[in-house]
Design a protein around this ligand. Structure first.
Ligand code: PBG
Length: 333
């Protein structure tokens, strides 16, 4: 019978969906292991992996265990790990001095992983919150987050991280002027090849809760981060933030969180044509895991679809806690 005469030449989209061969031939975007950055949490100690209740399936790892994770990542083809330290509260202070201790937990983890698995990329986080008795990303005085004093501390932190062998520095603090100051310091210290992946468009989001539990900052945080992280209402502002960070010396930029901000990813990619990343943050991970664990969503397909959305939105890569699971799935295909 066929369609009515006047519809005969109308496109039949189903022609190109009829089997998996033609579907794969016309795929616009694909997800690959080489798109992934795997964030891991490190703790002091030996041979321990401690569950994080609000992030099912994610553990805080002692450095020896983190090395095992890096070896696994290398074997699976995951190009980069991102290190977040869970710092003992005794080392947290008002001025956050532990942040630029060259021998702090994070810097020891970086050095140990780089020496055990030299060709995996190690990314670090630049922000004071793991070291701050106030739980904030910046130095607090009389309830105010001090921008320029914080930037001075971040510069010292960046140099210590570069010294420990970090390949990619990720300033996640959202202070103004930090990229320029860090880049200038890296150049004048001879760290010409250290990459900056700026958390340029980082929003004051409700989706960071489980991460703050993971690094032990939840109970300490007084107030919120809305005087430095971006307002979720704005996306023109994201473009101005990215333009600023690129002008100051960022090599790559990030949008964070991920899934609720895919529109921002697309605008950033279209406007700047630079390597663009998204962070599928702890709350997004937790939300999906909760749905998988109660049988509401099918894990593998929902996980893959959530990651593919970033590629479609223009991202070149994604920081995701699903990285090890995804790598297994993608490698078995
Ligand atoms: C610290 C930092 C945060 C995250 C990455 N770096 C938390 C925050 O800004 O409060 C969140 C990551 C996640 O939720 O997975 N500046």
């Amino acid at each position: 019978m066929g369609l009515e005469h006047n519809q005969q030449n109308a496109p039949r989209f189903r022609r190109l969906r009829q089997n998996s061969s033609i579907r794969s031939l016309i795929q616009e975007k694909t997800l690959s292991v080489s798109d992934l950055i795997w964030p891991i949490f490190v703790i002091e100690g030996q041979n321990e992996a401690i569950d994080i209740p609000t992030m099912p399936g994610v553990q805080r790892l002692t450095i020896d265990k983190a090395i095992e994770a890096a070896k696994f990542a290398k074997k699976m083809g995951i190009p980069a790990l991102c290190i977040f330290p869970c710092v003992d509260v005794k080392l947290k202070s008002e001025m956050c001095e532990e942040a630029w201790n060259t021998n702090n937990l994070s810097n020891r983890a970086v050095a140990a992983i780089k020496s055990a698995v030299p060709d995996i990329l190690i990314m670090t986080d630049i922000a004071l919150d793991p070291y701050n008795i106030n739980g904030h990303d910046g130095i607090v005085k009389n309830g105010i987050i001090l921008n320029d004093q914080t930037v001075e501390a971040l510069v010292k932190m960046a140099i210590a991280q570069a010294k420990s062998g970090a390949d990619i520095l990720g300033p996640s603090d959202m202070m103004d002027g930090r990229i320029g100051s860090i880049r200038t310091a890296l150049e004048s210290s001879g760290y010409y090849d250290v990459i900056i992946l700026s958390y340029s468009a980082k929003y004051a989001s409700a989706f960071y809760g489980p991460f703050r539990d993971a690094v032990g900052a939840s109970n300490l945080l007084i107030g919120d981060k809305r005087t430095y992280q971006a307002d979720p209402s704005n996306s023109d502002e994201a473009l101005r933030l990215v333009a600023r960070d690129l002008a100051e010396g960022a090599d790559m930029v990030m949008i964070k969180p991920g899934m609720p901000y895919l529109d921002v990813c697309r605008r950033v990619k279209d406007t700047f044509l630079v390597p663009t990343f998204a962070y599928q943050v702890s709350g997004e991970y937790g939300m999906l895991m909760a749905a998988f664990n109660c049988g509401m969503l099918e894990e593998e397909s929902a996980m893959l679809e959530s990651l593919l959305s970033f590629k479609r939105a223009g991202c070149d890569g994604v920081l995701t806690y699903f990285a090890p699971k995804l790598a297994k799935i993608l490698n078995e295909r």
